[in-house]
Structure formats: C-alpha cells, structure tokens
Write a protein that binds this ligand. Structure first.
Ligand code: HXC
Ligand code: NAP
Length: 294
C-alpha cells in the first residue's frame, strides 16, 4: 500500500550523481543521505564530528550501488570547505549536487544573546551556506559542468521571521534570498537552486535545542499543525530526492514548504475559530444573519 512513509522514486533515480550533504551525519541530513544512497547516488556526508560521520558512513555504504564518503568540515571556515571540495573531486572526479543542510540553533530571548552567540548561528547557517555555494558554484562555472543543483534547507520562519530564534530566522532568510537570487543569476551556467522549508520533523539535534525536556510537555507541536501530526523523515527525503533528481529539471528558484499547513495556521487571521464547536455554528449563523436585517 502506498503512503507517505514509503519510498517514492524509482530505484535508479539518482544513479551516477554525486551529492554532498552538509550535516549529513545526523537527523534530516542522515535521512536524506540514506535515501540518496538507496537511489544509486554517491553521497558525501560532512560535519564537524568525524567519529560520528565514520559510523554513519559504514551504515550508508550498505545501501545502494554508490559509495559514501565522510569528510570532516566546519562550514564556517572557507579553507575547510575548499579542502572538502578538493577531496570530493579527487575521489569522485565530479560533483553534481550540493545540499546545504548543516545548521545551528537554540531558543533564547534575543536580549540574552551575546554578540558571539548571534554570530555563531549566522556563521553556521548563512556564512556556511555561502562558503559551500561559492566554492561549488565557481568550480561548476570553471569546469563548464551542466545540470548541477543546490538544495538549501531553510525553515518556514525564513519567510515570516520568529521570536526566540532570531539569529536562525535572520540567517535562514538570507539563505532563502541567496537561493532565489542565484536561481536566476547562475541558471545560465546550468545550475538550479531550490529550497525546502520543513515544519516540525522530530530530530535529536532540533528537539534538544528547541524543545528541551523541561518544556516538552507544555508544547505539543503536532497540535499546531492542521494535519495534527509531525513530519516523517522519509517524506522529507522523498521531496529532497525529487528536487535533486533530473525529474525536477524545470523547478528552479522554488521554496517548497512541507509542514502540514503549520505556518498558514498561524497566518490566517480567523484560523482561531477552529476552537468553536461544530454545534455552535447554527447559533452563530443565525445571529450573523439577523444582524443583516437590523
Ligand atoms: C544563549 C548560548 C546558548 C544558549 C550557546 N550560546 N548556547 N547563548 N543560550 N542556549 C552561546 C555561547 O555562550 C557562545 O557565546 C556562543 O553561543 C557559541 O557557543 P559555543 O558552544 O561555543 O558554539 P559551538 O560549539 O560552535 O556550538 C554551536 C551551537 C550548538 C549552535 C551553540 O548548539 C551546536 O553545535 N549546534 C549544532 C546542531 C544544531 O543546532 N541543530 C539544531 C538545528 S535545528 P559566548 O559569548 O559565551 O562566547 C533547526 C530547526 C529550525 O535549525 C526550525 C525548527 C522548527
Ligand atoms: P541536526 O541533526 O542537529 O542537524 C544539524 C547538522 O549540522 C548536524 O549534523 C551537525 O553536525 C551539522 N553542523 C552544525 N554545525 C556545523 C558546522 N559548523 N559545520 C558543519 N556542520 C555543522 O538537526 P536537524 O533537525 O536534522 O536539522 C537539519 C536541517 O533541517 C537544518 O538546516 C535545520 O535548520 C533544518 N530544519 C529542521 C527542522 C526540524 O524540525 N528538525 C525544521 C526546520 C528546518 P556536527 O555537530 O557533527 O557538526
């Protein structure tokens, strides 16, 4: 039976592609990397913690026909990004896709943040994405390589902003602007740029920092979602695999929200009327119609 937890694309959908996933050793990065492997890609997983990456590399190498390579790389430092890129090219000869997924975040009232705390998030999310994009993009331009793409993981608050995660919201908004800007400027070099804006997808990294245990019981995130559930990692992986595959060759400059309707629930002015019991609507309708005659 087909449902949203199932794998969506044909088995060879990413055959022959080499894909670099920053932050590929945990959470959503690992879920996307695993599926890319299953679809025949070579996948390079990068982050700061090589020990963790090496374990994940062993797991991922059991999947699919491609191979997985783990490289330590702190995306904040351009020289580490350039060294990572060099190693990817030495190993696989070419790279086709960059997935900017690495991120840092934590909840805090903004007035409690030091300048360095703010910078740390901006550096990982915005500067890190810029470092990787510039390195990969310049290489593709120099090599005249066609049919390449960059997929950026943002959030729904990249568009709306959000209190208590202001450095992340600021940085993700920058990543969204980068996505849209380069989708136009660098299309002539055969590159596509797209973004995914996920709603709540439980991962240890995000939940430890955004929903710590002390407050976890008070905030049932699934209640905020019109579809009344959180996301499944496979459904995000399905979307990401499609966007980096050649099936999406005409999708460029798009941000696709996958959040069960969460952000629009907050946006629609009258959505709070959801709380009104069905039985009360007859009474309300009668009262409103009566006003027309008065
Ligand atoms: C206030 C804090 C803080 C906190 C750290 N800092 N935690 N300030 N409240 N809770 C301050 C520190 O005091 C320091 O400033 C500065 O931030 C840097 O902290 P370090 O620990 O030195 O930085 P570093 O070791 O580089 O770690 C980065 C990190 C950490 C972001 C702080 O959490 C991390 O490694 N995160 C990576 C994974 C992650 O965040 N995953 C979640 C992504 S979820 P001073 O001034 O003291 O030097 C996500 C979801 C989005 O993005 C949307 C969900 C709906
Ligand atoms: P996660 O597991 O904590 O992922 C973050 C990854 O980034 C980690 O693998 C981490 O690895 C890596 N990273 C952090 N700092 C880095 C640096 N300086 N250089 C290189 N890598 C670094 O959390 P996640 O939930 O899967 O998040 C993945 C992406 O989804 C992020 O972009 C996040 O903003 C986005 N997102 C998540 C949700 C959600 O509900 N989970 C919602 C919206 C958006 P190391 O610590 O080993 O470096």
């Amino acid at each position: 039976m087909i449902d949203y937890t199932k794998k969506m694309l044909r088995d060879d959908a990413l055959q022959g592609k080499t894909i670099v996933v920053t932050g590929g050793g945990s959470g959503l990065g690992k879920a996307m990397s695993s599926y890319f492997m299953e679809l025949g890609a070579n996948v390079v997983i990068t982050s700061r913690n090589l020990e963790k990456l090496n374990k994940v590399q062993k797991e991922l190498n059991q999947l699919g026909s491609g191979s997985c390579l783990a490289i330590a790389c702190d995306v904040r430092h351009i020289e580490e990004v350039e060294a990572m890129h060099k190693k990817v090219i030495e190993t696989f000869k070419k790279v086709d896709v960059l997935l900017n997924n690495a991120a840092g975040n934590f909840i805090a009232p903004t007035e409690r943040l030091s300048a360095n705390a703010f910078d740390t998030i901006i550096d990982i999310v915005l500067k890190g994405t810029k470092n990787c994009t510039l390195t990969f993009g310049k290489h593709w331009i120099n090599q005249k390589q066609q049919n390449t793409s960059v997929l950026n993981i943002v959030t729904t608050y990249a568009s709306t902003g959000s209190g208590y995660v202001v450095p992340s919201a600021t940085a993700k908004a920058g990543v969204l602007a980068l996505t849209r800007s380069l989708s136009v400027e660098w299309a002539k070099y055969g590159m596509r740029f797209n973004a995914i804006a996920p709603g709540p997808f439980p991962t240890k990294g995000a939940w430890d920092r955004l929903l710590p245990e002390h407050i976890r019981d008070q905030f049932d995130v699934s209640k905020k979602v019109p579809l009344k559930r959180v996301g499944e990692h496979q459904e995000l992986a399905n979307l990401a695999a499609y966007l980096v595959s050649d099936f999406s060759a005409y999708i460029n400059g798009e941000v696709i929200t996958i959040d069960g309707g969460e952000w629009l629930q907050g946006a629609g002015q009258m959505n709070q009327l959801e709380q009104i019991p069905q039985a009360m609507w007859d009474q309300l309708e009668a009262a409103i119609r009566a006003k027309k005659r008065s």
